[in-house]
Design a protein around this ligand. Sequence first.
Ligand code: PRX
Length: 649
Amino acid sequence: MSTQSLYPVSPELAENSKINEDQYRKMYQESVVNPEGFWREHGQRISWFKPFTKIKKVSFDDHNLFINWFADGTLNATYNCVDRHLEARGDKTAIIWEGDDPSEQRTLTYRQLHIEVSKFANALRSQGVRKGDVVTIYMPMVPEAAIAMLSCARIGAVHSVIFGGFSPDSIASRINDGSSRVVITSDEAIRGGRTIPLKANIDLALQSPDVKTVEKVIVLNRTGGHIDFVEGRDVWWHELMAVSSEYCQAEEQNAEDPLFILYTSGSTGSPKGVLHTTGGYMVYASMTHEYVFDYREDEVYWCTADVGWITGHSYMVYGPLANGATVLMHEGVPNWPDISRMGEMIERHNVNILYTAPTLIRALMAQATEGYPNFDSSSLRIMGSVGEPINPEAWRWYYQEIGKEQCPIVDTWWQTETGGVLISPLPGATDLKPGSATRPFFGVQPALVDNMGNLIDGEGEGNLVILDSWPGQMRSVYGDHERFVLTYFKTFRGMYFTGDGARRDGDGYYWITGRVDDVINVSGHRLGTAEIESALVAHPDVAEAAVVGYPHDIKGQGIYAYVTLNADKEESEELRQALRQWVRSEIGALASPDLVQWAPGLPKTRSGKIMRRFLRKIAADEVSALGDASTLADPTVLDGLIDQRMNRG
Ligand code: PRX
């Protein structure tokens, strides 16, 4: 395979794209020198009920923090994603859906979407949902998931989508945090030929004595599988829809009214509810979707993310639908029943833009031992990557085998907190370097700082911070504003701290090096090590646990757990499996440790703090360069841990 390190923009692409290099420089410059003027203009891309006169009111001062965009404007997110397209695009396909079983296909035009959303919004109202209420959504990848989200937004309710892979315990804590009265789910989900008991998980979550607020559970009949139906609490989606009116006026929301909450892991405590508001988020999601993917009217756009993640929110629902795009939604996974599925879907639906994750690319690459099965890729124009750093080898494989060397790759760096893409190439403007997310989007001012918070100029490596606000930025941690300030604005005062490390090269390109905090990224899923540790120590046999990430060929990072058992407990293979299963049921399958090492002792300082850098090195099998162990209370524990280290396979 070639090791080319620079892929310049072709002259035709520069000519035919929305933004070329000169335009990028000019617009970027304007966006940071004159943000008011820049965003006044680009704020118009959204339809406002009452136009905004205020643009940006922001302070990153941790003693007096506020973030407001377009604050006096009013709008409705769903009106922007659906109603405003009815006149020109009413018969255009909004959603193409392909089931896990490819023989199941559905399409919804914008007009049909409007009817479904209006009816379901009325159904929510009939169940007592009012503006400002938090509604929990735990759904498979079916159009009804998007309909549920858009219906909440239509009536000013705040949705909190929970990824279908989370366990009943995780669901319970999220429902509780948002005090949801209504939960929307389906009987089961189907992924890769297997069913997932969504409704049964909700039932278990609601059995928790801590969950006291839920009054109604709306259940979509997806598979017809058996469920326990709780009279008085559970209601069928289709029964509500059968009696619902098709007319539902979209609620007039203030730009800073909440649109949704989405939980994500941090380095401490339980997952936090990232709160996004309406106006700035919609402007930013739609604008980045248009420019980052060089989206053109009538293109088919496929994002493989699940709606349970921010990528599914911003780039499967709000961004593309605000732009009137045709979105391909897939219920299953693109490498099932085999790796040819992805190519077949691109061919079947004439996909023009594909947005996926490095972990999937690496999985395809590992399975495609004789090259990726041939498919007609002629429709494909732009390919994206998101979720974790993409290694140059996977980048080149994606470029050659899926894009057939015809499609630029946009490696998009962003976070749940940022609402939309912050650093990414623009197809017609940015020469590509495999592994680099390249340059900031309009209005975004990234910088690198050392651990003392000093800015690093020119080439260098450090902590990635953002110096000023952009419209899609999160506004708070739901119910805990102090935590918001503490997590993002106290580490480096006056700056938004991303939690990532990065390197900047001589061309000003950013190369994200990964998290610098105790967050690990497993197959693009973000997990706090503290969260997994607290699940482990909740097991009756466990005295102590320390969790770190280690390099994993497919997942990017795997989960490596060091476990100290209670003195009277025996180490055994059975217990190791039981602990993995335990974490699975406490958090979800995505958090289950790949490797569990018994640790009679952990490396601690004299004050009792676990020194994770040693644990990370041992987990990564880099034992020859462990570094200075003299600050440890008992340096000999390291020898035992090294001897017993697990085989990474
Ligand atoms: O470490 C970065 C990594 O994913 C983190 C954000 O995770 P989450 O909030 O779940 O959002 C994922 C989808 C936007 C970041 O702090 N990350 C995301 N995209 C990239 C990335 N790391 C490197 N390159 C990327 N393109």
